[in-house]
Write a protein of this length. Sequence first.
Length: 335
Amino acid sequence: MRYTTRIVAVSAGFLLAAGALVACGSSGSSGTAPIAKASGKGCAPVAGNQLVVLTDNKNLQLSDVIVPAVNVKANQPPLMNALNKVSSVLTTPKLVAMNKDVDINRQTPAAAAAAFAQQNGLTSGIGTGGSGKIIIGAADFSENQELAELYKIVLKEAGYDATTQTIGSRELYEPQLEQNKIQVVPEYAATLTTFLNGKQNGASAASPASSDVNTTMAALTKLGQKANIVFGQPSTATDENAFAVTTATAQKYGLKTLSDFAAKCSGSASSLAGPAECPQRPFCQLGLQKTYGITFGKFVNMGQDTGGPVTKKALIAGDATMGLVFSSDSTLTQQ
């Protein structure tokens, strides 16, 4: 989760850890286009205790799917087959549930991963053939640690002496992966694409990351060749910018997708909550306007709201119609 493609305000690892943080887009992506004035009646917010993400059906966000990153020297069929088994069963709803076990139910990442492995038959059919030590690096936030524990479970089943090591931000662990000091890391495709592109081609270079996962993975594979990194199968699970409303709002206005919101709620009564930079970022208000034609009567400035906790409180209280969150947030309901 977390890095250059999202709107965040800290630096040190995209949100809670993992890479260079660039608020809602790559460096230099601040929008210059004006925000359109609201047209239409819009939808007044409805307070409620449960939040639901509206489907990004026109692919505004980049494809930040979770994918195993492997040092080229550690790349062996038994290892990659085991890691790909994780990708084959990991979905966003399952990731949210695992995050909830840790963030809300206070399980350890290892315990949550063990329960996930049992529930999803993760070790079934992996086979053996692997040998040697494998260190799985993890960023210092719970979701990435959970994923590292899943990788450890399948690699142990495949015959490897696998251990996990929490390292910190992407700036810290990515060089270790390049140098084979660690062998595997659970990564986020669009964010790592942007990170490696900036590292190899300069911070001002436009990122080749795309909303299309195949395009993003093709660019990431090419960048990985220069960094001694290869990639396994991408999962369908994402940890990226998302837009949520209360379930009460969704039910009142019949909302499931952002296109629904555009058709029914674009207008003066609607309000958008998010970090201060949201109105000028291409993956936040500008993107909603350009991709979906959504206009708002008001932007509710949540300041430096890393991860969206303040935004979520505003939605729950009925102070905003829609707000920026992360797609794998453990408090969200999936549609």
